[in-house]
Design a protein around this ligand. Structure first.
Ligand SMILES: [Cu+2]
Length: 117
């Protein structure tokens, strides 16, 4: 019985220690990395327009079975992915404020916009 109690005590202490570590990490990094996701579903980007803060890592998650890609249509071009197979992802970090329009070059009717501000 004392062993079980000891294990529980240790587990609780470990949990508190982890919380303390996580708390101090947050305190030291007020601008922790931000992330957002855009799904590719039924030949559409969802949401079609996404607004994020500068520094956000945006990940496109292809839920279709078809390959798609992500091609920024602005000049100069800021990002262009390889073909993303079904079930795969592509991530781009948006550091600069602006409005970024993109398409899937395989299916150019697929359009999306990322607004960074
Ligand atoms: Cu496509």
């Amino acid at each position: 019985m004392p062993n079980l109690l000891m294990q529980r005590t240790l587990a609780a202490a470990a949990g508190i220690a982890l919380l303390a570590i996580a708390g101090s990490a947050l305190a030291q990094q007020p601008t922790a990395a931000k992330s957002a996701e855009i799904a590719i579903e039924n030949f559409k980007f969802v949401p079609a327009t996404l607004t994020v803060a500068p520094g956000t890592a945006v990940t496109w998650n292809n839920r279709d079975e078809e390959p798609h890609n992500i091609v920024n249509v602005d000049q100069p071009r800021r990002f262009r992915s390889q073909a993303i197979d079904g079930g795969e992802k592509y991530t781009f970090v948006f550091d600069q404020p602006g409005t970024y329009k993109y398409i899937c070059a395989v299916h150019p009717h697929m359009e999306g916009t990322v607004i960074v501000k």
